[in-house]
Write a protein that binds this ligand. Structure first.
Ligand code: ADP
Length: 234
């Protein structure tokens, strides 16, 4: 589902020594897995996420997502590839002038779904995230946790095989964070592969999922069921 094969990403620094944001990283995530990616600020987590959605290209090495060699994609192919991956961000990224229903419908609209398909599917995913009764609200009329649930519904609506969530609970309190992680867990139990980048080590410890830790651009830990991070570690 995800495969990094000796991936290095350097950033140029105007003549100074380049930063190795990722240094020869190899990793594999199988279909149906739930994986946390953790690491200190500057460790290389965003670089990893951006590579996976084709936002940046590796300096060397290859990476594959859903069987596609992402670094070989042409610029014009990237929007089509992104439709196969559901993205969830820390800052929700909802359209403020659209209702909950319209925000989710928009993701179907851009892939050319018919009105009939939209009318059938959007209520279905909204009820899956517990927002069936809030479809006419605007984002500012929702709590942070509810806004993130809309973002999850939008990520799910085109049935992606993979969801990448970059600090999905970074703006939420403990209770809402728990709700969101439980929801991602449930989605994963339905067969979708889920990768969550997070700083929330209490959450990571409690969920007992696979955890990959990055430090200075390298993987320093990859455990099947982590439960032993010190919460002050990052
Ligand atoms: P994280 O998401 O774990 O905080 P990043 O992937 O953003 O880490 O950054 C990894 C390293 O690469 C850091 O040293 C950061 O300063 C550097 N870096 C990230 N983006 C750029 C960029 N566009 N130009 C130069 N250096 C960058």
């Amino acid at each position: 589902m995800i495969k990094f094969d000796n991936v290095t990403k350097t950033y140029e620094n105007n003549g100074a020594a380049a930063t190795y944001a990722l240094n020869c990283v190899s990793l594999e995530v199988q279909k149906g897995e739930f994986v946390f990616v953790v690491g200190r600020s500057g460790a290389g987590k965003s670089t990893l996420s951006k590579l996976m959605i084709g936002e940046i290209k590796p300096t060397s090495g290859n990476l594959y997502v859903n069987g596609t060699c992402v670094n070989a994609l042409k610029r014009r192919q990237i929007p089509y590839f992104r439709r196969t991956v559901g993205m969830v961000f820390q800052d929700f990224r909802l359209l403020e002038n659209k209702t909950v229903f319209e925000n989710v419908a928009f993701a179907m609209d851009i892939i050319g779904a018919t009105r009939k398909q939209i009318r059938r599917k959007v209520p279905e995913v909204l009820s899956r995230v517990g927002l069936a009764n809030k479809s006419k609200r605007y984002p500012h009329q929702l709590s942070g946790g509810e806004q993130q649930r809309v973002a999850i519904a939008r990520a799910l609506v085109n049935n992606p095989g993979l969801i990448i969530a970059d600090e999905p609970t970074g703006n939420l309190d403990v209770q809402m964070s728990q709700e969101i992680i439980n929801m991602l867990d449930e989605i994963n139990r339905g067969g979708t592969t889920v990768l969550v980048v997070t700083h929330d080590l209490d959450m990571v410890n409690q969920m007992k999922k696979r955890v990959i830790e990055i430090e200075d651009g390298s993987i320093v830990r990859d455990e099947e069921r982590s439960g032993n991070f010190e919460s002050s570690f990052l």
